[in-house]
Design a binder for this molecule. Structure first.
Ligand code: CAA
Length: 458
């Protein structure tokens, strides 16, 4: 099989406008700090009526191909992960073929994968599995994940966002997926789901969704830890795995505060499984919670406080930098985890990252979740694949800063328009395309048979 299959290149797209969460707190008449401190969000990106899931994905694929300068026929598999469904049959992937078919490449496997925010990770696993199988034809795979995360007026609305990530998958990758090390947890729950096909909005039980996320995290981490320890044991190394063995840790990020709590939970999981003679300085302030079981601690505020304190330095070192895009753009559902990866890369040098292990937790409501890891290549020399990948993300803060801030009033008006125009036919979205970033694809028209056509802003 090809060696070190993983991410060779990566591209992020987010909308050109956002609403400030401090302004939104005032507008929604909630206490100052609820969104900015309580949820840890500063800005929320959102789409105008000219953008839909197809246009987001067209844009991010086009940008990735332009950046890598690869020929269009070098891609043999294209997977899309999304939960932003505008057609129950026709895959977003088929729309993306518009870009490839012009060059004559129609020999591309892969379609869409859907389960809430997990679809991007399932697509990544599918692409890597294809490359490591007898079906592989020697070409690259591409994974595209994207979503428009919108909620009706109410307490979930500030946890919205929008964006897409495209990843080029191949062998000898600077970010290689570690083989045999996926800890997965799946179960049947109704924490967040989208039964209403006439609306963009989900049904969500916020408190339950948080509990489900934590339970999935605990289970996936325990299973990952067991698998890596088994691998080590076979190689003659009989020591426990802990968070210290992950130099960086990224998470699916519905809102940033949740990720800080999640990192803290991993530390607590290590603490509970560590023997009593583990140096107590590592787990300062946690001794009082030794007798607890992970599953009994989802609403334990005293434990939350102690854990956040004990894990603050670890969070600052391993995770905080990965939250840059999420803080400034919000939840991107399937692409959230990969936006965190891009943020992590953009805030470190290739030298700092070389040789490290990056842990990743992917969560999709309903639910499907996995804990897995990337091994970063050792070679960080100028011009190396790692160096190229890292430098390609360095403009992220500048691009975010170039977006337009709109008022909560205008944001609400655009949300109302999206509701009004959702699935409307014989229609061209109103608005000025000059507010989109140059090079963005946008929805030009929906005809009377629901057929969509797209155009690209110069
Ligand atoms: N200053 C500082 N902090 C404040 C504050 C203030 N003035 N006012 C409130 N807070 C804090 C609260 O104490 C709380 O923090 P803790 O949980 O640490 O105590 C935090 O701000 C949020 O406040 P509430 O719990 O009162 O918020 P809420 O109930 O109104 O809504 C929510 C929060 C449930 C997350 C809601 O936004 C929601 O339903 N969002 C969508 C669902 C979601 O994101 N779920 C996450 C897991 S599911 C998943 O991961 C899949 C996915 O992508 C959707």
């Amino acid at each position: 099989w090809p060696k070190d299959v993983g991410i060779l290149a990566l591209e992020v797209y987010f909308p050109a406008q956002y609403v400030d969460q401090t302004d939104l707190e005032k507008y929604n008449n909630v206490e100052a700090g609820k969104y900015t401190v309580g949820l840890g969000q500063t800005h929320m990106g959102f789409c105008s009526v000219q953008e839909d899931i197809n246009s987001l994905c067209l844009t991010v694929v086009q940008r990735l191909m332009e950046r890598t300068q690869l020929p269009w026929d070098s891609v043999g598999r294209l997977e899309v992960g999304t939960e932003t469904i505008i057609d129950k049959s026709k895959a977003v992937k088929t729309v993306l073929m518009e870009l490839f078919q012009d060059s004559g490449n129609t020999d591309i496997e892969g379609i869409d994968t859907t389960n809430a925010c997990y679809g991007g990770t399932a697509s990544l696993f599918n692409a890597a599995n294809w490359m490591e199988s007898s079906s592989w034809d020697g070409r690259y795979a591409m994974v595209v994940c994207g979503d428009i995360a919108v909620y009706p007026n109410g307490n979930a609305r500030p946890t919205g966002g929008a964006g897409a990530v495209a990843m080029l998958i191949g062998p000898k990758a600077p970010l290689a997926l570690e083989q045999g090390l996926r800890g997965t947890h799946m179960e049947n729950v109704y924490d967040f789901y989208k039964p209403n096909l006439a609306s963009e909005y989900p049904m969500v039980d916020g408190k339950l969704s948080i509990q489900c996320y934590f339970r999935a995290l605990d289970r996936c981490y325990t299973s990952y830890r067991q698998k890596i320890q088994n691998q080590w044991k076979q190689a003659g190394n009989d020591r426990p795995f802990t968070l210290d063995d992950l130099q960086y840790m990224i998470f699916h990020t519905p809102f940033c505060k949740m990720v800080q709590k999640s990192l803290a939970r991993l530390m607590f999981s290590d603490f509970l499984s560590a023997s009593r003679d583990t140096p107590s300085s590592l787990y300062k302030g946690l001794e009082a919670f030794r007798g607890l079981k992970l599953e009994d601690t989802y609403n334990n505020k005293d434990l939350d406080k102690a854990l956040l304190k004990a894990s603050q330095d670890t969070f600052n070192k391993k995770t905080k930098a990965s939250l840059y895009l999420s803080t400034h753009n919000g939840n991107m559902y399937t692409s959230s985890l990969y936006g965190c990866l891009a943020s992590l890369l953009s805030s470190h040098s290739a030298q700092e990252l070389a040789g490290s292990r990056i842990g990743a937790f992917s969560y999709g409501s309903g639910l499907a979740a996995s804990f897995f890891s990337f091994r970063v290549s050792q070679d960080a020399s100028p011009g190396s694949p790692l160096d190229k990948l890292v430098s390609s993300t360095s403009d992220l803060p500048k691009r975010l800063a170039s977006r337009k801030c709109v008022s909560p009033e205008e944001f609400t008006e655009i949300m109302n328009q999206r509701e009004q125009f959702y699935h409307k036919v014989n229609f061209s979205p109103p608005g000025d395309t000059s507010s989109l970033f140059p090079g963005t694809w946008y929805l030009e028209r929906v005809d009377e048979l629901h057929r969509r056509t797209y155009a690209r802003r110069p």
